[in-house]
Design a protein. Structure first.
Length: 84
């Protein structure tokens, strides 16, 4: 009987802790003006989403880095190791 009570209390505490909101309700709009955006992304093989936040400048830099990487990969030819 004591185990059930402890399990109930532990699960209730976890439930209440999980319901605690981390959103800031006193947003003055400055984040929206700077292009601040968050999105939830699920990693390959995982069903648990992770939140990634960035501003417009960070997204622009990431986009440019990805485009540069694609250009580098397209201009270099792969080398195959034919060992044996």
């Amino acid at each position: 009987m004591k185990i059930k009570a402890l399990l109930f209390l532990a699960s209730s505490a976890l439930l209440l802790a999980g319901c605690n909101s981390t959103n800031n309700t006193s947003d003055d709009g400055s984040q929206a003006k700077s292009g601040y955006r968050c999105k939830q992304v699920r990693a390959l093989g995982s069903n648990i989403p992770k939140t990634y936040c960035s501003n417009a400048q960070q997204r622009k830099e990431a986009r440019e880095a990805a485009q540069e990487e694609m250009r580098n990969r397209q201009t270099t030819t792969p080398t195959f190791n034919r060992g044996g």
